[in-house]
Ligand binder design. Structure first.
Ligand code: UD1
Ligand code: UDP
Length: 362
């Protein structure tokens, strides 16, 4: 069985890392195809170095662009490589443009598609990721759902049960594999002069938030309110999309400490020791749940409803007073919730399932 792992952005590198490690350990015939959707050192290369991942065999260097431009270029580039390499299975992870391009290119060539993190839905179609998830799930032959809830969603869309496997989310594997190293090796608390449990950590980068002046401004005003109310630093490692928009819109970020995007170990250390995290990131909603850190999500919906159900997360949207109000509700929350995302063995499970299925097909 020859496996092609397609990835292109920061969260895909992190969430595919347990699967890549498993392929390495088992000495499988596999290769990594990087679309180059993310390319800045601190959004891309740093994760390969820190997680000690082998270099991608191919990098398409697609870079940034409009949705159609970026996805179209990826489709053309991915197809060429799939025709040359003839893998038996293509694996994609998550909901980015890289994922939709990888799944679509492969299924049209009758190559089996495995979608890792299948069955997530926000039911908000203006979010580009929602369209990518739906298309990828419906192209896939193997759907690796992180939770039973995700499986139910897929069944509800008419996907055959034989194709769906509940494996847990590989983010749990990534956190378990790296947290201890992060707590020992990373030095970011000292570098930023922070005390454990005495700062807020923020990430916000979603197109529907930061490309909308009013919503982005609402988030920043909300952060300023909590900074005043609690007199604690607010640390915001800012994604390049958000940095660009903040400048273009001329938004005021006084009282918020903007820093460059962080490497994974530093980010994990900051996340694990924060009083509370505010985010619009998918991966960060999951990680805070796993790390037992209260989270307030700067969105009106989430495709991670498990976090709301177990009580690790609340939705605040982007109105400043609502953000403050949700922080008040979450800040002293008892951290006794269960982690609904699995046992940290999702990567191993996915590869085992694939090997069994492919043996049967051979
Ligand atoms: C993408 C994903 C999003 C995911 C996020 C993870 C889609 C539609 N969106 O959003 O689901 O949550 O990645 O971080 O696939 N830029 C750089 N350097 C980089 C990458 C981007 O400067 O390495 C800047 C460019 O100005 C670019 C902008 O960020 O135009 C947006 O990048 P893009 O990859 O299109 O989308 P993300 O917002 O990163
Ligand atoms: N992350 C990181 N450095 C940062 C911010 C986030 O390493 O400065 C990690 C974070 O731990 C999580 C992943 O990036 O695993 C989330 O990626 P992102 O928020 O870009 O994308 P999303 O999950 O929303 O698709």
């Amino acid at each position: 069985m020859k496996i092609c792992i397609i990835l292109g952005t920061r969260p895909e590198i992190i969430k595919m890392s347990p699967i890549i490690r498993e392929c390495e350990q088992r000495n499988l015939d596999y290769f990594v195809l990087h679309t180059g959707q993310h390319y800045s050192y601190n959004m891309d290369r740093v994760f390969f170095e820190q997680l000690e991942l082998p270099d991608a065999k191919y990098n398409l260097d697609i870079g940034s662009g409009s949705h159609a431009e970026q996805t179209g270029k990826m489709l053309i580039g991915i197809e060429k490589i799939l025709l040359k390499e003839e893998p038996d299975v293509v694996l994609v992870e998550g909901d980015t443009n890289t994922v939709v391009a990888g799944a679509l290119a492969a299924v049209k060539l009758h190559i089996k598609v495995g979608h890792v993190e299948a069955g997530l839905r926000s039911y908000y179609r203006e979010m580009p990721e929602e369209i990518n998830r739906i298309v990828a799930d419906h192209c896939a032959d193997y759907l690796f759902a992180p939770t039973e809830k995700a499986k139910e969603i897929l069944l509800g869309e008419g996907i055959e049960e034989e194709k769906i496997f509940v494996t847990g989310n590989t983010i749990v594997d990534a956190v378990y594999q790296n947290l201890e190293i992060a707590q020992k090796k990373a030095n970011i608390l000292a570098e930023l002069g922070l005390e454990k449990q005495n700062y807020f950590l923020v990430t916000a980068h979603r197109q529907e938030n930061v490309d909308n002046k009013q919503r982005f401004d609402g988030i920043l005003k909300g952060l300023q309110l909590i900074n005043k109310e609690y007199d604690m630093p607010v640390i915001y490692p800012i994604h390049p999309r958000a940095r660009k928009r903040m400048k273009e819109f001329g938004l005021n970020a006084d009282g918020i400490e903007l820093i460059e995007p962080l490497d994974y170990l530093s980010f994990l250390q900051l996340e694990a020791n924060a009083k509370l995290v505010l985010t619009d990131s998918g991966g960060v909603q999951e990680e805070t749940c796993i790390l037992k850190v209260p989270c307030v999500t700067l969105r009106d919906n989430t495709e991670r409803p498990e976090t709301l159900e177990v009580g690790s997360n609340m939705l605040a949207g982007t109105q400043p007073e609502k953000i403050l109000n949700m922080v008040e509700k979450m800040i002293n929350k008892k951290k006794d919730w269960e982690n609904p995302f699995g046992d940290g063995k999702a990567g191993k499970r996915i590869i085992k399932i694939l090997m069994k299925l492919e043996d049967k097909n051979a």
